[in-house]
Design a binder for this molecule. Sequence first.
Ligand code: TRP
Ligand code: SF4
Length: 346
Amino acid sequence: MVAESEKITPDKKIAEKGVILSGMRPTGRLHLGNYLGALENWVALQQEYRCIYTVVDIHALTTIESPTDVSQIQPNILEMVLDWLAAGVDPEQSTVFVQSQVPQVMSLHTLLSMVTPLGWLMRVPTFKEKIRQMEETEESVNYGLLGYPVLQTADIILYKADTVPVGQDQLPHIELAREIVRRFNHRFGDTFPEPQAKLTEAPLIIGMDGHQKMSKSVNNHLDLAATEEETTQRVLTAFTDPQRLRRTDPGRPEVCNVYSLHKLFSSAEEVNTVYEECTTAQRGCVDCKRHLARSINAFLEPMRERRREFEKRPGYVREILDEGGKKARAIAQVTIEEVYQRMGLA
Ligand code: TRP
Ligand code: SF4
């Protein structure tokens, strides 16, 4: 028998779950690195948390330079969200929406800028890095880019999220969010929980060029939505052990990216065979890559299948996003009213 006081209603159960918020810029179709580095984790977290996932289109504007870039935003949003859904982000369980459909985030950004010292923002490593990449200076760079982490803080705390799954590179942003929250709470009264980063433990996924992180900008990636043939072709271009010049040379799996990928996508038994046959020159690299392509294709097939189903329903993604936007705005409005009151606004 469960005592009356111990019975929990479904609502209460939800309230007891932590609130997760995470976001991605609308970059279009996602690749395997994005999946293993973030998306896989997003899907898993839905069991334990109330999850809110957002496409941060306003953040995308910080680096947009031309009308062509602008024309890519909407298609990129739809393609990316299709990948989220195909990977298993479940809009029945989680709130999925587009940042700009909740204009309250811009109000909160402005209000948080009142408690954010300029020095904090100028010290953020991603800011310095972006200035370098964009060949700008602190004088020429747009004000929006400097405020990027303030907007990110607004994304998180607008929903009073307590946990933020991110990669290592985002830790300075979450630390800044915590400092902004501490200042806000100190000055205006306890309003927001200090968000915690939840580091995604994922192996570094090297691209097909074998040199650097898998990334769309260097075109060494494997798209989740690529066809079986496209995937096989890409895998066949993969860089292997550079010292293995002849088929009769034994290879060194420990320096070969194809082997690292086998470890992620092939069975333990197959991985052992690869190791054995590579180090004794019984297997050629082309065969090895064909074999890897089969493993990756088997892994991606269920996602592709789901994607095809969603693609058959025109307007489906838009509906999900509109619905998510509605839910997000309802929460956001409550927070903004509380913030207005705390800050002495009408
Ligand atoms: N800055 C994040 C990135 O580049 C994207 C982002 C925006 C985000 N707002 C967020 C991530 C809120 C987590 C929480 O990856
Ligand atoms: Fe890499 Fe496979 Fe070639 Fe060995 S046989 S070097 S593991 S691709």
